[in-house]
Design a binder for this molecule. Sequence first.
Ligand SMILES: C[S@@+](CC[C@H](N)C(=O)[O-])C[C@H]1O[C@@H](n2cnc3c(N)ncnc32)[C@H](O)[C@@H]1O
Length: 501
Amino acid sequence: MAQGDAVEFAHSGGLAATKRLTRDEQKLLGQFMTPPAVAKFMARNAIPRTFGPIVRILDPGAGSGVLAAAVVAELLSRPAPPEQIAVTLFESDERLVPMLRRLAARLRHLARIRGVALSVAVRHEDFLLSREALSRKSVADVIIANPPYFKISARDPRAVAHAFAVYGQPNIYGLFMAVCADLLAPGGCWCFITPRSWTNGLYFRAVRRHIFRALSINAMHLFESRRNHFTDDKILQEAMITWGTAHAAHSNHILVSSSAGTRDLDTVKLHRLPASQVIDTGETHAVSLPTADSANPLSEWNATLATYGLRVSTGPVVAFRASRYLREASSDQTVPLLWMQHIKHMCVEWPIGKKRECILANANTAWMLVPNINLVVMRRFSPKEDRRRVTAAPYLSGQLHGPVIGLENHTNYIFRPGGSLTTEEAKGVAALLNSAVVDRYLRNIAGSTQVNATDLRRLPLPSMETIQAIGRRIPSRPSLQEVDAIVQAELFGSVDVAEVA
Ligand SMILES: C[S@@+](CC[C@H](N)C(=O)[O-])C[C@H]1O[C@@H](n2cnc3c(N)ncnc32)[C@H](O)[C@@H]1O
């Protein structure tokens, strides 16, 4: 049995349980289950750097146990797992208890295979009123949670019991965060997935003050997507994960990352920001995070290629079908055929001594050839190691000989049907496509090294005036640094978004 199975097993049990609930019941019980990819991501970074022979794991609102399962799987996958793992699972809904017991049996089995003794205590009770929560003594080395979220009255016994973390009307998740910050052994890991609302405002100030006193915050991850087609429960919308270490010297830096969802977790960029830039050390203890809007200017652009009457197509020459028309050398019957190798960042180089870089231009091939007018040409694939997702170049009319040119099928090109791009437009669009700003955006939405025509059609663009202004400033054969500097300057003045993000 693979170790990941326990996570999937827990998750499917959880989904089966919540499917029986109406959306309102689900909200009332705070039952939104963590997708396995997120549980594993949380767990990977929630294991203490060093641990003793026993590791104690606590999940205070276990649901079907997916988070604890992910931590156990992670520990068992380490070259030197602990000798013993003790898991404590709190869950107030008795319908989930049998599921947790089944999961416990599976985890014990997996641990035994690895030679690790594992015990699971399933506690069917309200965590916030448990003796552990009330005593606030150290009981765990790892606390991992996706706590319930709903408001409770300030007179609720749970709010009264933890009044230190209450200001105004509390949300139950803030109480879970604050109480758990006290239950860790020194060096223990605290990992919570929550909404972002706790990071600001008066109502959560007591929670923040408490957490930041008890923990050193190591990392935060934001889910930025507003479209949640990839989640089971839509919980990722505007959600965030926070990792902290108990009783540790406060770190000077915090790793901040963001992703659209779970699919792009492997490609997200990490930003190591000074802790003082992220957490206000003054009275508010507010957290400032680069939001989707500030980190990603594209989210504010409403135009696309279609807005400007531009279209994107794939190069029509399919080499193996057109092979009898392809030629090694140019003659007065041929025109240049651009393969993706001819396209570099911001310039087209032809010929390059590549095989079959010419194509016959005659009545038979006319349909697959493109007028020799201003275009933006780009590679359909970029090597993994390439610095940018898109390799695009302006192609200017007459740059190569002939009334038409050939574009091989591994290229895409942008054109204006029934007209032509101006030089400024071609240079401006190409520069944007090669820029670091667009690169960051595409890396988030396109998981693979391929940027397809659909991605390009959906790509948000700034105003045409901005595109033209960029195009006017682009010299011939600019470096990527020059492109970035010009794009940055036209979009943001001279601010470097890499610093902001
Ligand atoms: C948001 S769900 C998350 C479940 C699971 N940890 C996961 O990540 O999929 C929160 C869980 O906490 C449980 N819960 C709600 N209030 C609780 C309380 N006061 N004490 C213990 N569990 C609670 C809910 O029934 C629900 O199963």
